[in-house]
Ligand binder design. Structure first.
Ligand code: SF4
Length: 466
C-alpha cells in the first residue's frame, strides 16, 4: 500500500511548461461490465464527473444507476460543508457491505474530500475496502489506477496542483448545454473556504484552447456553454498574457454560440470592462451569480472577502444600470463566527436593497484546516437556524416577486427536456436563468422558443409556447 504524505507534495513542472496534452487510455478490459458514479457538490464536480465518465467508458465500462450491478464504483466527493462529508461516509456503509459480498468490485474515491489529509487518514484506518483514492489534480490518471489496481489500497493524491491538461474527453450530461472549464483553483483564500486547499492555485487555460472547445461544441449543435471557474473574473491573471476575462468573454461571444453563461463571479474582480462586454453581446446571458456571503463590513473582513458592503452595492447598481433585464442571484452564509444581530441586519439590508432574483443560503459550519475554523464558532445553532429562516423568508419573497414580474411577458426559453413534474410539459431556462415549465410539443427540446409566462411560483414559472 502506498502511504500518503500530503505534506510532501508531488510537485509537477511549473510554468512555462504548465500545459500538457492528456494521455488517453483506451482498453476493452472491462467490456460488458458496468460502472456506478456518484457525484456530490458543485458544478465543478459535475463537470469533473463528465471527465471521469469518459475515462471509465474508454475502459469499456457502461454506466448503471444501480450500484449493486457495478464492477467499478466511483464517488466524486465534495468538502465544502460538513454534511457533504457525512453523506459520503454514510454512503460508504452500503459500499462496505457490497464489497463483502463481491470482493472483485473496484471502489475509487476522488474529488475534494480526498484532498484532505484527515479524510485520507480515516480511509486508511477505517475503510480498507476502498481500492483507489485519487485527488482533484490527477483525475486524468484514474484509468491507469483502475487498470493497475491489484486489490491493495492505492492512494494517489497530489497536495499541489500540476499541469493544465488539454485534450481531455468528456462524456457530457447534456447534448444542449455544456460546461467549459476556463480555469482551475482559487487564490482568494476566503477564511471559511476549503477550495484553495483542495483545488490549488489559480491556473487559467489558454484562450485559444477554450475557443477551440467552444467552436467544437457549437459544431456539435450545443446551444449554450457555461464558462466555469471558482472565480472566473480572475481568469488570465496568472498567465501574464494580454488578455483577461473580458477579452475571453468577447472572443467566446464572437464564436456566435447562441448562449453564454459563466460561474462563479467574485465581486472583487468584477471590472467595468466585463460589464461593458456583457451588455454589448446578445449571446452573453443577462444573468450574474454574485456571492455576497455577508452584508456586514466587519464580517466581510473576517471572511477575507476583499470588498465592503458599499462596494458590493455599487457593483450591483452598475450591473443593473448597464445590463438590460439582468437577473442577479447570490450566496449568503449566516452565523459566521462573531456575527451579531447588527451584522445580520446589515446582510438583510443588502438583500432588501438588491432584491435578489434568487439565492442560496447556508448556515456556517467550520471546515477543518481553514483560518475560520480557528475562530470561536460562537453563534448558537439555534440562533443560526433562526437567522436562516428569517433570511429565507425575505429571499423567497423577492424571488417570488421577481418571477411574478414576468407573468404576461414573452420570454426566450431554451428547452432542455421533459418536465419531471408533468410529462405533458417540457422545461427550460429563460435568458435570466428562470426555470419554466412549458406547454409545448416534445420536438422543441434543444430549441429556443418564445414562451408566454402564465404563472409564477417561488422557484419556477409556467408558460406556453407563443
Ligand atoms: S473565492 Fe473564496 S469562496 Fe470562492 S472558491 Fe475562492 S476561496 Fe472559496
Amino acid at each position: 500500500m502506498n502511504v500518503p504524505d500530503l505534506k510532501k507534495a508531488k510537485i509537477r513542472t511549473n510554468k512555462p511548461s504548465l500545459y500538457k496534452d492528456v494521455l488517453k487510455i483506451n482498453s476493452d478490459i472491462f467490456k460488458g461490465q458496468k460502472y456506478f458514479l456518484k457525484t456530490y457538490g458543485c458544478q465543478m464536480n459535475v463537470h469533473d464527473s463528465e471527465q471521469i465518465r469518459a475515462i471509465l467508458e474508454n475502459l469499456g465500462l457502461e454506466e448503471t444507476e444501480i450500484m449493486e450491478e457495478a464492477r467499478v464504483i466511483v464517488l466524486n466527493t465534495c468538502a465544502i460543508r460538513e454534511n457533504a462529508h457525512d453523506k459520503v461516509f454514510g454512503y460508504l456503509g452500503r459500499i462496505k457491505h457490497l464489497k463483502k459480498e463481491h470482493p472483485d468490485i473496484i471502489v475509487a474515491l476522488g474529488g475534494c474530500m480526498s484532498q484532505e489529509e484527515s479524510v485520507v487518514n480515516e480511509i486508511i484506518k477505517r475503510h480498507p475496502y476502498i481500492n483507489i483514492v485519487f485527488g482533484t489534480h490527477n483525475i486524468h490518471e484514474l484509468g491507469n489506477l483502475i487498470l493497475n489496481n491489484h486489490k491493495d489500497q492505492d492512494i494517489e493524491v497530489y497536495s499541489e496542483e500540476g499541469c493544465v491538461y488539454e485534450g481531455m474527453d468528456y462524456q457530457r450530461d447534456s447534448k444542449i448545454t455544456a460546461w467549459v472549464n476556463i480555469m482551475y483553483g482559487c487564490d482568494k483564500f476566503c477564511t471559511y473556504c476549503i477550495v484553495p486547499y483542495t483545488r490549488g492555485k489559480e491556473r487559467s487555460r489558454k484562450m485559444e484552447e477554450i475557443i477551440k472547445e467552444v467552436n467544437l461544441l457549437k459544431e456539435e449543435g450545443y446551444q449554450e456553454v457555461t464558462l466555469l471557474g471558482q472565480n472566473v473574473n480572475a481568469y488570465g491573471n496568472d498567465l501574464n498574457l494580454n488578455y483577461n476575462f473580458a477579452t475571453l468573454l468577447e472572443e467566446v461571444a464572437k464564436t456566435n454560440i447562441p448562449r453564454i453563461r459563466f460561474v462563479t463571479s467574485h465581486p472583487w474582480n468584477f471590472t467595468s470592462e466585463m460589464i461593458d462586454i456583457i451588455s454589448k453581446y446578445d449571446n452573453i446571458m443577462p444573468y450574474i451569480h454574485l456571492p455576497l456571503q455577508s452584508g456586514s463590513n466587519r464580517i466581510l473582513k473576517l471572511m477575507g472577502r476583499r470588498y465592503t458592503k458599499e462596494e458590493y452595492l455599487d457593483l450591483v447598481s452598475k450591473l443593473k444600470s448597464k445590463i438590460k433585464d439582468v437577473m442577479i442571484t447570490t450566496d449568503i452564509i449566516v452565523g459566521f463566527p462573531n456575527e451579531t444581530e447588527q451584522d445580520f441586519q446589515d446582510t438583510l439590508d443588502v438583500v432588501n436593497k438588491v432584491k435578489y432574483d434568487g439565492a442560496y443560503t447556508f448556515i456556517y459550519s467550520p471546515r477543518e484546516g481553514t483560518p475560520a475554523s480557528k475562530m470561536p464558532d460562537n453563534v448558537t445553532l439555534e440562533e443560526k437556524e433562526k437567522r436562516l429562516q428569517r433570511l429565507n423568508e425575505i429571499i423567497n419573497q423577492y424571488s417570488k416577486e421577481s418571477n411574478e414580474r414576468l407573468i404576461g411577458k414573452v420570454e426566450e426559453v431554451l428547452i432542455l427536456g421533459e418536465s419531471e413534474k408533468d410529462l405533458n410539459k417540457v422545461y427550460g431556462y429563460t435568458k435570466g436563468m428562470k426555470l419554466v415549465n412549458v406547454e409545448a410539443k416534445k420536438d422543441v427540446i434543444g430549441k429556443t422558443i418564445n414562451v408566454l409566462i402564465t404563472d409564477a411560483k417561488s422557484f419556477s414559472l409556467d408558460g406556453k409556447e407563443n
